[in-house]
Write a protein that binds this ligand. Structure first.
Ligand code: HEC
Ligand code: HEC
Ligand code: HEC
Ligand code: HEC
Ligand code: HEC
Ligand code: HEC
Length: 473
C-alpha cells in the first residue's frame, strides 16, 4: 500500500476508441517520461500531462490531472491483469469523454495518506496534493512513537478491541453502498484507534446473487462466512494479512492459519488431505463493477454453496454495517437512502423524505437533501427556502449555491437565478454544471452574446475542454 498513489506513470503507451462519445484516446510518454493523455473527437483534440497514477497496479491504475488547485479524474484507466487500456468505470456511457469529473476528498481518502485540502473546500488541494499511504493510517499519530520507539507507544491494530480493530482496514476496504459522514465531519477526522462510526456510517444493500460481487467488498464477504460469524470476532483481516511481512510461501502460510481453527479437519477422515485451501474455498471471482479484473472471494464457503443473500439486510433496502450513534441513526439512514435512490426506484427517495423531514434537527446536508427531493417534485418554493438555510450555514458551498440557482430558475425568477449561478462559479470555477445552466438561460433569453461569454469564461479555466469548444456560437 506504500505505492497506493504515485507521481510517476510508467505504464505502456496505448490507444483506445470510445464509441458512445466517438473519441479516440492516445496515451504516450514525452521525453521527460511524463505520461500524456490525448483526446480526439469531432476534429478537436486535447492533451493533458498526468499528475498522479492511483493504485499499485494489482488490478490497474487510474489517473489524475491537475489544474491547480483542482484535480480531475481521467476518463481512461490501465488494466494491468489484461494489459489493456479502457475507459474508467463510470465513463462507459458518457456522451462527451473529458476530464470534467472533479476529485473530492472522499475519493483520495482511501488512496492517499493525508489529503492536503484547502481549508473549507471539498475539492481544492494544496501541493503536494497526495502522498502514498503510510504508518499513521493504521497506527494513528506516530509522534510519540518516533520520539520513543518502543512497543506500546503506537496504536497496534491487532490489540484494539474488535470494532476499532476492524475499523482500521474498513476505513478503506469497506466501501458499501453509501458512506455517510456524521454532521460537520470530514473523512480525515477518522484516525486509527477509533471506531468508524465516530466519523461516518456505512450502509450495505441487500445482496442478491444476480448482482454478482462488487470490488472493494472484502470486508462484507468475510463477514458473511461462517468462519467469521462463528469464531467470536477472532477472525479479522490481520489474521491472514500482515502488512509488515511478505511471505515466500503464501499458500502454506494461509493453510497454517486455517488449521489453527480447523485443527481436527483431517483426523476423522472427513476431508481429503490438501496442500492448500484457497483454490476451493476462496477462489478467484470476477467483480461485477470493475472490468478486466479478478479478486479473491473472501466469503469462505463450501464450493458451490454460497449463501444467497446477506441475511442482515431486513426491513429497509439498506442496513448499517454497524449501528451509528442513536442521534445520527435516522439522519444517516435517510441520507444513505437518498444517495442510493434513483428515480427508477422512487421508494428509496420517498422513504428518505419521510425520515429526513421528521428529524428534530436539520443540519445543512439534511436541508439540502430535502431541498433536492422537493425540487425534483416541482416544489421550487420549498426547495429555495431549504437551500437558502443550507447556504446560510455553509456560505462557501458551491454545490448548494448551484442547486439554489437552478431552483430559482425553475420558480421563474431569472434575475436571482443568474446571480446565484454566477455566485456558485465564484465559489468553485471547476464545476461545469453552473456554466451549462447559465448558457441555457441566456440562450432562452435570446442573448447569445452573454451565453458565449459564459462559455469563454469556462474555457479560460479549462481551455482544452472539447464539449465547451464544440458548443455552437
Ligand atoms: C488508507 C487506506 C487503506 C487502509 C487503512 C488499508 N488499506 Fe489495504 N489497500 C488500500 C489500497 C488503496 C489498496 C490497493 C492499492 C495498493 O495496493 O496500494 C490496498 C491493498 C491491500 C491489499 C492487496 C495488496 C496486495 O499487494 O495484494 C491487502 C491484502 C490489503 N490492502 C490489506 C489491508 C489490511 C489487512 C488493512 C488493515 C490492517 C489495510 N489493508 C488497510 C488502502 C488501504
Ligand atoms: C472506500 C475507499 C475507496 C475509495 C473511496 C476509492 N477507492 Fe480505489 N480502491 C480502494 C481499495 C481498498 C482498493 C484495492 C482493491 C481491492 O480491494 O483489491 C482500490 C483499488 C483501486 C484501483 C486499482 C488499484 C490497484 O492497485 O490495482 C484504482 C485504479 C483505484 N482504486 C482508483 C480509485 C479512484 C480514482 C478513486 C476516486 C475516484 C477511488 N479509487 C476511490 C479503496 C477506495
Ligand atoms: C496497512 C496497515 C499498516 C500500515 C500502513 C503500517 N502498519 Fe504497522 N502494523 C500493522 C498491523 C496490523 C500490526 C500488527 C501486527 C500483529 O501484531 O499482528 C502492525 C504492527 C506494527 C508494529 C509493532 C507494534 C507493537 O506494538 O508491537 C510497529 C512498530 C509498526 N507496525 C510500525 C509501523 C510503521 C513504522 C509503519 C510505517 C512505515 C507501519 N507500521 C505501517 C498495520 C500497518
Ligand atoms: C478464527 C477461526 C477460523 C479460521 C482462521 C478459519 N475458519 Fe473456517 N470456520 C470457522 C468456524 C468457527 C466455522 C463454523 C463451523 C465449524 O465450527 O467448523 C468455520 C467454517 C468453515 C467452513 C464451512 C463453511 C460453511 O459454509 O459451511 C469452511 C469450508 C471453512 N471454515 C474453511 C476455512 C478455510 C479454508 C480457512 C482458511 C482460509 C478457514 N476456514 C479459516 C473458524 C475459522
Ligand atoms: C482467511 C484468510 C483471509 C482473511 C481473514 C482475509 N483475507 Fe484477504 N486474502 C486472502 C487470500 C488467501 C488472498 C489471495 C492473495 C494472497 O494470498 O494474499 C487475499 C487477497 C486479498 C486482497 C488482494 C485482492 C484480491 O482480492 O485478491 C485484498 C485487498 C484483501 N485480501 C483484503 C482483505 C481484507 C480487507 C480483509 C479483512 C476484511 C481480508 N482480506 C481478510 C486471505 C484472507
Ligand atoms: C480440492 C478442493 C478443496 C481443497 C483444496 C480444500 N477443501 Fe475443504 N472442502 C472441500 C469440499 C468439496 C468440502 C465439502 C465436503 C463435504 O461436505 O463433504 C470441503 C469442506 C471443508 C470444511 C467443512 C468441513 C465440515 O464438515 O464442516 C472445512 C472446515 C474445510 N473444507 C477446510 C479446508 C481447509 C482448511 C483446507 C486446506 C487445508 C481445505 N479445506 C482444502 C474442498 C476442498
Amino acid at each position: 500500500m506504500a505505492r497506493s498513489v504515485s507521481t510517476a506513470a510508467p505504464q505502456p503507451d496505448g490507444k483506445l476508441h470510445h464509441g458512445a462519445s466517438s473519441t479516440d484516446v492516445t496515451i504516450i510518454h514525452n521525453q521527460e517520461g511524463v505520461m500524456l493523455q490525448r483526446l480526439s473527437s469531432h476534429g478537436l483534440t486535447a492533451e493533458y500531462p498526468v499528475a498522479y497514477a492511483v493504485g499499485a497496479g494489482k488490478v490497474g491504475f487510474s489517473y489524475l490531472i491537475s489544474i491547480a488547485p483542482y484535480l480531475f479524474q481521467s476518463p481512461v484507466s490501465y488494466y494491468s491483469q489484461a494489459g489493456v487500456w479502457d475507459v474508467t468505470p463510470g465513463y462507459e456511457h458518457e456522451g462527451v469523454l473529458d476530464f470534467t469529473h472533479p476529485i473530492a476528498e472522499g475519493c483520495v481518502f482511501c488512496h492517499s495518506n493525508k489529503v492536503n485540502l484547502v481549508p473549507g473546500k471539498e475539492n481544492q488541494f494544496r501541493e503536494p496534493a497526495l502522498a502514498p499511504i503510510s504508518c499513521e493510517r493504521c497506527h494513528g499519530d506516530t509522534t510519540a512513537h518516533l520520539a520513543n520507539p518502543v512497543p506500546g507507544s503506537i496504536v497496534n491494530p491487532a490489540k484494539l478491541q474488535q470494532k476499532a480493530r476492524d475499523s482500521v482496514c474498513e476505513q478503506c476496504h469497506l466501501e458499501g453502498e453509501a458512506r455517510i459522514l456524521n454532521p460537520g465531519k470530514h473523512w480525515q477526522d477518522f484516525h486509527a484507534g477509533a471506531e468508524l462510526e465516530s466519523v461516518f456510517s456505512t450502509y450495505l444493500q441487500r445482496v442478491s446473487p444476480s448482482e454478482g460481487t462488487k470490488a472493494v467488498s472484502h470486508a462484507e464477504q468475510l463477514s458473511l462466512s461462517r468462519c467469521a460469524r462463528e469464531s467470536q470476532g477472532k477472525l479479522w483481516c490481520g489474521t491472514c494479512h500482515n502488512p509488515h511481512a511478505a511471505s515466500d510461501n503464501r499458500p502454506q502460510q494461509v493453510r497454517d492459519i486455517c488449521l489453527t481453527c480447523h485443527s481436527s479437519l483431517f483426523s476423522a477422515n472427513k476431508h481429503a488431505p490438501a496442500e492448500e485451501c484457497v483454490s476451493c474455498h476462496m477462489p478467484h471471482i470476477r467483480p461485477s463493477n470493475v472490468a478486466h479484473a479478478a479478486i479473491t472471494n473472501h466469503l469462505i464457503s463450501i464450493p458451490g454453496n454460497q449463501p444467497a443473500s446477506n441475511a442482515k439486510a431486513v426491513g429497509s433496502r439498506l442496513t448499517a454495517w454497524r449501528t451509528p450513534a442513536p442521534e445520527f441513526a435516522d439522519r444517516n439512514l435517510g441520507l444513505a437512502l437518498f444517495a442510493t435512490g434513483s428515480l427508477k426506484d422512487y421508494g428509496g427517495i420517498y422513504q428518505a423524505y419521510q425520515i429526513l423531514s421528521h428529524l428534530p434537527h436539520r443540519d445543512p446536508e439534511v436541508l439540502a437533501t430535502l431541498g433536492s427531493i422537493l425540487l425534483e417534485q416541482r416544489h421550487a418554493d420549498f426547495a429555495i427556502n431549504l437551500y437558502r438555510q443550507a447556504l446560510a450555514a455553509e456560505p462557501a458551498n458551491a454545490r448548494y449555491s448551484f442547486v439554489l440557482g437552478s431552483a430559482l430558475y425553475a420558480q421563474g425568477n431569472q434575475e436571482a437565478a443568474i446571480a446565484e449561478l454566477r455566485h456558485s462559479i465564484q465559489l468553485d470555477r471547476s464545476l461545469p454544471a453552473p456554466y451549462v445552466k447559465l448558457m441555457e438561460i441566456y440562450r432562452k433569453l435570446n442573448q447569445p452574446e452573454l451565453s458565449r461569454q459564459v462559455r469563454d469564461e469556462y474555457l479560460k479555466f479549462m481551455p482544452q475542454n472539447i464539449g465547451f469548444r464544440e458548443t455552437p456560437n
